[in-house]
Ligand binder design. Structure first.
Ligand SMILES: [Zn+2]
Length: 291
């Protein structure tokens, strides 16, 4: 290996480290991000098709499918395999959405767009980050393949395909256009309110006070918690399976421990939001006190 190659490798590892840090809360283990995970049905037309650590959701309709999060480019083949295992076709994906513009959720949007011909929609605040391939992110410098954004969304916009409607809720702070998706999904003949949290996490290095790069960050987080607390939730999901205990809920689903759907977890949702709001308030207080 020549000297230049070694340097390139080191730069690669460094960049990779920054990318891997993009979404982690505290020093969470990211080793499971690139591991495959069994795809599974969450409700009638809502499926998990992500890796073990990176959530990706498929919403199937009679007019094609909606995909939330393509994750990294290297996750795209895992997502494709998961979609096919469920009996669906990747090329039937018509709309690609995202949780927020960090590499672990959107690096693969451009590749997924190429493979499917689908339209990519993104919230204002995140749209230009996705289309430019990572420019304009707060704190992070990782870059990815630029991706054409076909529609820039605003808070409250509705996306309807084949009789299914998703609502985009702007829940900023983690990124400027961080998006929480809601929809009604049928489960055993009953309508259930689904919430897919974009991210309420204050990552290592995030400055809530005197932030010249993102001056409104603290107000944005405060707004996000207000919104999350206002959303009715039966089925609790998020940008990473770890938000909602995906693996244990999947194990429960497989073992059929109970006749109820383990993904129905309104108490878990409330506890998660309250816990993260406390973390936000404590971090704000510490940073205001100069700690
Ligand atoms: Zn993130």
């Amino acid at each position: 290996m020549c000297y230049q190659h070694v340097i390139q490798k080191l730069i690669g590892y460094f960049m990779c480290g920054m990318t891997l840090g993009a979404c982690s809360l505290l020093a969470q283990d990211t080793g499971d991000w690139h591991e495959s995970f069994p795809p599974h049905r969450i409700a009638d037309n809502l499926y998990y098709v992500g890796s073990r650590g990176l959530a990706s959701y498929l919403i199937t309709t009679s007019e094609g499918h909606i995909l939330i999060n393509s994750c990294f480019e290297r996750t795209v083949p895992l997502i494709r395999t998961s979609i096919e295992k469920l009996g669906f076709k990747l090329t039937d994906v018509r709309i690609i959405l995202s949780s927020h513009a960090h590499g672990d959720h959107v690096e693969g949007q451009g590749l997924m767009q190429e493979l499917t011909g689908a339209r990519v929609f993104a919230m204002e605040g995140d749209a230009s980050v996705i289309s430019s391939g990572g420019e304009g992110q707060y704190l992070y410098k990782d870059r990815w393949r630029p991706c054409r954004v076909d529609r820039v969304l605003k808070d409250g916009d509705k996306i309807t395909l084949g009789g299914t409607t998703l609502v985009a809720h702007l829940t900023p702070g983690h990124t400027r256009g961080c998006t929480t998706w809601t929809m009604t999904a049928m489960d055993n003949g009953k309508p259930r309110q689904v919430v897919i949290i974009g991210s309420p996490n204050i990552n290592p290095g995030y400055q809530l006070v005197n932030n010249r790069d993102y001056p409104e960050i603290s107000d944005d987080f405060a707004r996000t918690f207000k919104i999350l607390k206002s959303l009715p939730c039966d089925i609790f999901l998020g940008a990473h399976g770890s938000y909602y205990g995906m693996e244990s809920k999947y194990a429960e689903l497989k073992a059929n421990y109970s006749s109820s759907n383990p993904f129905i977890d309104p108490d878990g949702y409330r506890a998660y939001v309250e816990d993260h709001e406390k973390t936000y308030l404590n971090t704000l207080k510490k940073q205001q006190n100069g700690k």
